[in-house]
Design a protein around this ligand. Sequence first.
Ligand SMILES: Nc1nc2c(c(=O)[nH]1)N=C([C@H](O)[C@H](O)COP(=O)(O)OP(=O)(O)OP(=O)(O)O)CN2
Ligand SMILES: [Zn+2]
Length: 136
Amino acid sequence: MTERIGYITRVQSFSACHRLHLTDEENKEVYGKCNNPYGHGHNYKVEVTVRGKIDPVTGMVMNLTDLKRCIEEVIMIPLDHKNLDKDVPYFADVVSTTENLAIYIWDNMAKALPASLLYEIRIHETDKNIVVYRGE
Ligand SMILES: Nc1nc2c(c(=O)[nH]1)N=C([C@H](O)[C@H](O)COP(=O)(O)OP(=O)(O)OP(=O)(O)O)CN2
Ligand SMILES: [Zn+2]
């Protein structure tokens, strides 16, 4: 029987605040209003896509209920309603851009999912700003 490859995506929103910050000299020029000392917030939307063989018996790449559980552990518990820079140890010395947030989510999701299934992390930071990371 021909092997069929499918892509499945689950979308999850969460809210968090952050401040883009390097050194005082670099901040204003590089980050502008996103360097506001008291931070600013986003309603992030994350799309987690996995890629794999569609099991001919179950009809699934993976059970979306299991993906939902991984997203709860990797995204919602550590990030929702948090100050990314203060509450998430990873961002103590990594600037909390959406690119770095995508790497953080990728690395942790890759550990939580069965090997080689994770395909893409897509984050909508705002309606207009979207970052894609595929583990490269
Ligand atoms: N490469 C990146 N550039 C910027 C990031 C980022 O994560 N990666 N982040 C920011 C700010 O945190 C902020 O998200 C920018 O928000 P804002 O400019 O308000 O967003 P919009 O462009 O959607 O808003 P409009 O003002 O309505 O255009 C900046 N850069
Ligand atoms: Zn921001």
